[in-house]
Design a protein around this ligand. Structure first.
Ligand SMILES: Cc1cc2nc3c(=O)[nH]c(=O)nc-3n(C[C@H](O)[C@H](O)[C@H](O)COP(=O)(O)O)c2cc1C
Length: 187
């Protein structure tokens, strides 16, 4: 299977990148092909809501979204979003990529294309945040749900960790390795 990881954090070797690296090691060990894209390294235009995709099924922009991100999303069997909470939302670079997925939403819901027919694609969310509130991850979960839906991906589950702030904050987490192993087994 082709496993695509999308890192939302701009922080190099931060907490969400650490989660992603553990998960990808596990998936590689199971014989899957893996690819990780860092949202901040992709050079993209934000969606301008022009509506071109709603009638033509393609975006007016040609950039790293059309050349790198979209082909990787289409090819993947499993997609993992791994991100910190920024003001109860995804960081801007990742949110800009998610907004551009409007092109897949348009193909599915406006143009009634069934481009992922016969493919059972799965999605997972990893998230970290510094505080501990009950609703901390609600924004990310909702956005992830509709991102996965637009791309015809079944949103399987999420691993969310509260009270994690400093770099390295996940490294001694008591259940993390087991959480990741269990998840990789289930997928
Ligand atoms: C711009 C910015 C906004 C943040 N907003 C929140 C927030 O709303 N709630 C929260 O609990 N943590 C917030 N944080 C803390 C990060 O989510 C936390 O430090 C996380 O562990 C960083 O993960 P990373 O190492 O993968 O970047 C924010 C951090 C930054 C830099």
């Amino acid at each position: 299977m082709q496993v695509l990881g999308i890192n939302g954090s701009p922080r190099h070797k931060g907490n969400s990148q650490y989660l992603m690296s553990l998960f990808m090691e596990e998936m590689k060990a199971k014989g899957n092909d893996t690819q990780v894209l860092d949202a901040v390294k992709l050079n993209i235009n934000p969606c301008i809501g022009c509506g071109n995709c709603e009638t033509k099924g393609v975006c007016i922009f040609k950039d790293d979204f059309t050349d790198i991100f979209l082909p990787a999303v289409i090819k993947a069997d499993i997609i993992v979003l791994s991100s910190p909470i920024y003001f109860y939302a995804f960081p801007a670079a990742l949110k800009a990529l998610i907004d551009r997925i409007q092109v897949l939403w348009s193909r599915k819901y406006r143009l009634k294309m069934d481009e992922f027919k016969d493919r059972k694609r799965k999605g997972v969310l990893f998230a970290v945040g510094a505080t501990k509130g009950k609703d901390l991850f609600d924004g990310l979960k909702l956005t992830a749900r509709y991102f996965f839906d637009a791309a015809d991906i079944q949103y399987k589950t999420e691993l969310c960790y509260r009270g994690v702030d400093k770099k390295g904050g996940m490294e001694n987490h008591p259940t993390l390795h087991e959480d990741i192993r269990n998840l990789a087994r289930k997928l």
